[in-house]
Design a protein around this ligand. Structure first.
Ligand SMILES: [Zn+2]
Length: 363
């Protein structure tokens, strides 16, 4: 199997921070009998042939016919065993992307799954579903927010089968609420064209673009140093001007208090800490830790700004990228009725989902 085109497509989309960040997104190519899918924890931007897992398509199809436990944790464990047993790769150490089963559902050769900021402005918005219907009609299948992994694949299987019955062909584009986009076609060129069309149509709808402008601020740098000292963690300030606009008061900060995508939860934690002032900051953080089982990674300070706190600089920089991405999603979502966060049930599922902690441990 020639994987060159798959690798090139993955690297091209992965290199663009507007399309995917850190270890997010995944891609695949298939033959009649095999699926070649990105392994979990690899980055699209740097993906090589060593980070692609070969899988048996028939075995993947059989997973959809199985009955699993109704308990989330038991079901995901049973599902993982079956996913792992579908691997035919000689290297047994690699674990396929959590979305491998979904890739297999498409009848077309290539699949691209990414989390573009602009597209998530739509998928994380209150009017997203209606706007998608109005703009793309039956070219796009809208998948409501649901638990990733087995439940998502099963739901997509049902929806895709229904679509096929109705229109006579397999859908090529799926928009996943609070998540991202799947595009599938027999050639990479067609995937590129379909993606460009979606992007162009959304750009026309956007009334306000997020501003990337940064303002360096010595005071914030000092605060970050102070927090680094007292918390013994790496704290870095966010200089993005747009983010600062939300820090005016308890009302303006609301859109940034909840997560919009699984990626955000994986790298920034489910909830930020909001502080009205810096009094007793250490004690407040310890209280947060007691309540949430972890220290906050995102610290929002009223009238001041945003700080990222992590174990080391690399992790802090990654969390900062995901936080800034969330700010941009919120701004884009204003053009589609305002931002709509994930449900509490879904947030808790992702926090406790073994597959995501595996992914974040890799990158
Ligand atoms: Zn995804």
């Amino acid at each position: 199997m020639k994987l060159d085109e798959l690798i090139k497509m993955s690297n091209d989309y992965g290199a663009n921070s507007n399309y995917v960040l850190a270890g997010g997104g995944n891609t695949s190519v298939k033959s009649e009998s095999k699926l070649y899918v990105k392994c979990s924890g690899a980055q699209l931007a740097t993906m090589t042939s060593d980070e692609i897992v070969e899988m048996d398509r028939q075995k993947l199809n059989q997973i959809l016919q199985k009955q699993y436990s109704t308990d989330d944790i038991v079901r995901e464990r049973e599902y993982l065993v079956d996913i792992m047993s579908a691997i035919t790769d000689s290297n047994k150490k690699k674990r396929p992307s959590v979305e491998a089963l979904l890739h297999n559902l498409f009848s077309y050769r290539y699949v691209l799954h990414i989390h573009p900021t602009l597209i998530n402005g739509l998928t994380c918005s209150k009017d997203g579903k209606e706007a998608a219907k109005r703009l793309f009609g039956k070219d796009v299948l809208w998948i409501p927010s649901c638990k990733p992994g087995y439940i998502l694949a099963q739901y997509c299987y049902e929806q895709m089968s229904e679509f096929k019955k109705k229109y006579g062909y397999t859908v090529k584009i799926m928009l996943l609420q609070n998540h991202g986009i799947f595009i599938s076609a027999d050639t990479v060129e067609e995937i590129n064209d379909l993606f460009k069309n979606i992007e162009a149509a959304l750009k026309k709808e956007v009334k306000k673009e997020p501003r990337e402008e940064e303002i360096k601020d010595e005071k914030k740098e000092k605060t970050a140093e102070f927090l680094t000292g007292i918390m013994e963690r790496k704290v870095i300030p966010v200089y993005m001007k747009e983010a600062g606009e939300y820090m005016k008061n308890t009302e303006t900060v609301q859109p940034l208090l909840s997560p919009y995508t699984p990626d955000y939860i994986v790298y920034c934690g489910p909830y930020p800490l909001y502080l009205e002032d810096m009094n007793d900051v250490k004690e407040t953080m310890r209280n947060f830790e007691r309540e949430n089982g972890m220290l906050p990674k995102i610290i929002l300070v009223e009238g001041d700004g945003v700080y990222i706190m992590e174990n080391n600089l690399d992790k802090a920089v990654r969390a900062k990228m995901l936080f800034e991405d969330a700010v941009k999603i919120v701004v884009y979502a204003e053009s589609f009725g305002g931002a709509k966060p994930m449900s509490e049930e879904l947030i808790q599922f992702i926090v406790h989902w073994e597959a995501e902690s595996y992914r974040s441990s890799k990158i």
